[in-house]
Design a protein around this ligand. Structure first.
Ligand SMILES: NC(=O)c1ccc[n+]([C@@H]2O[C@H](COP(=O)([O-])OP(=O)(O)OC[C@H]3O[C@@H](n4cnc5c(N)ncnc54)[C@H](O)[C@@H]3O)[C@@H](O)[C@H]2O)c1
Ligand SMILES: CC(C)[C@H](C(=O)O)[C@@H](O)C(=O)O
Ligand SMILES: [Mg+2]
Length: 374
């Protein structure tokens, strides 16, 4: 791999997945041009679309493309056909879970921030959310999602086992401590240690590791209280560390602070591979309507650029997203009176990158619509 050529596996998936991924590809095309990189896009089937076409939620070919990539760009999966049928044995979500496991993506990082012009869009009060800035570290390949499961054929009972090994916890705990060191030096482990053995193992291991990070304050919070504290006083959090299912739930909740789940990106990191996806799902009600917010996917691209060490491009992309948001160039989830389509928002961000990247286009002020690029 030369340092300006990258193989990107692209898995659009279901529902709004293809629409938001198109915008991310639009952005990557502009970044390639502006910064002189080359991205090779290898598309793969996953989720319901893959089941309909191949019978498998994660075809071998898709897994191969992902394993050979420098990064995976993932849209969303899930379809009401399966959501509404509890008897379905083959399900779209199995594709994503298998992919995470096969690629060893143990750490799912979900950053949350607020934007000044969107403060009023959150149902929470300004003084509560203004300045909130949280990084959630969610363990992604163990716990109840991956434990033994069983459904009695008669339908009398079913179970899902939640199991954690030390080795599942140690690497992500170190990552979270290191991230806290770079930030406000506060790490909150969210668990249910008053009830669950697995949670007590998480606490024990975090206590063992903590002395290696003497500058980081390690706090604990039970998940039920955390669900309340997140919307009562989100600014008390800096870095959050938690297990798989708690992380899934509290990150959707945390998205309310930012104004829309359509803004929240994520990075799923393993030792060899990495995948970038919004935290939201396939939002099937919006499929094909051009109303989905593409920003979560576009910011996932920014996380991907960081991961590929293309820091300048990542920074430019984030600035361009902020520029769109500050200029109220947003989808309907963020402004029901004046809004733009999925592709208009993507194009606005792409144009801002294109025309403001002075190293490539040597001019200072270009007008796009009502906004001046500076
Ligand atoms: N990573 C994934 O692919 C992923 C994540 C979550 C859910 N799912 C799947 O998605 C399907 C739908 O699940 P759900 O309805 O619980 O969750 P969802 O995230 O798809 O949608 C929940 C709500 O969030 C809002 N929303 C989501 N994405 C948005 C966007 N880009 N722009 C604006 N608003 C947005 C909408 O109001 C929507 O009704 C299910 O099949 C589920 O399994 C997949
Ligand atoms: C679709 C589902 C398997 C997935 C999860 O629970 O991890 C989703 O909710 C997410 O947050 O990425
Ligand atoms: Mg989720």
């Amino acid at each position: 791999m030369s340092n300006n050529y990258f193989k990107i596996a692209v898995l659009p998936g279901d529902g709004i997945g293809p629409e938001i991924i198109s915008e991310s590809i639009k952005i990557l095309d502009v970044i390639a041009e502006a910064f002189q990189y080359k991205f090779q896009f290898d598309y793969g089937l996953i989720g319901a679309e893959a089941i309909f076409k191949t019978g498998e939620p994660l075809p071998e070919e898709t897994l191969k493309i992902c394993k050979e990539s420098d990064a995976v760009l993932f849209g969303a999966i899930g379809d009401p056909v399966f959501d509404n049928n509890p008897e379905a044995k083959v399900r779209p979500e199995q594709g994503l879970l298998k992919l995470r496991k096969e690629l060893g993506l143990f750490a799912n990082i979900r950053p949350l921030q607020t934007y000044p012009s969107l403060i009023e869009k959150s149902p929470l009060k300004r003084e509560i959310i203004e300045g909130a800035d949280i990084q959630i570290f969610r363990e992604l390949v163990s716990g109840i999602y991956f434990g033994e499961k069983f459904t009695d054929p008669e339908g009398a009972y079913a179970y899902d086992v939640c199991k954690y090994n030390r080795e599942d916890i140690i690497p992500i705990a170190h990552m979270a401590f290191k991230e806290a060191q770079k930030r406000k030096k506060k790490l909150t482990l969210i668990d249910k240690a008053n009830v669950l053995d697995t949670s007590r193992l998480w606490r024990k291991i975090c206590q063992e590791i903590a002395p290696e990070y003497p500058d980081v304050q390690l706090d604990y919070m039970f998940v039920d209280n955390a669900a309340m504290q997140l919307i009562l006083n989100p600014k008390q959090f800096d870095v959050i560390l938690t297990e798989n299912m708690f992380g899934d739930i509290i990150s959707d909740e945390a998205s309310v602070i930012g104004g829309s789940i359509g803004l929240l990106p994520s990075a799923s990191i393993g030792d060899k591979n990495a995948l970038f996806e919004p935290i939201h799902g396939s939002y099937p009600q919006a499929k094909g309507k051009g109303i989905a917010n593409p920003v979560a996917s576009i910011l996932s691209v920014a996380m991907m650029l960081d991961h590929l060490n293309l820091k300048q491009a990542a920074e430019k992309l984030r600035q361009s997203v902020e520029h769109a948001i500050e200029n109220k160039y947003v989808t309907i989830d963020l402004n029901t009176k004046q809004y733009y389509s999925t592709s208009e928002v993507g194009s606005f961000i792409a144009d801002h990158i294109r025309y403001s990247e002075k190293s490539y286009y040597n001019f200072e002020n270009v007008k796009i619509g009502k906004s001046t690029i500076v």
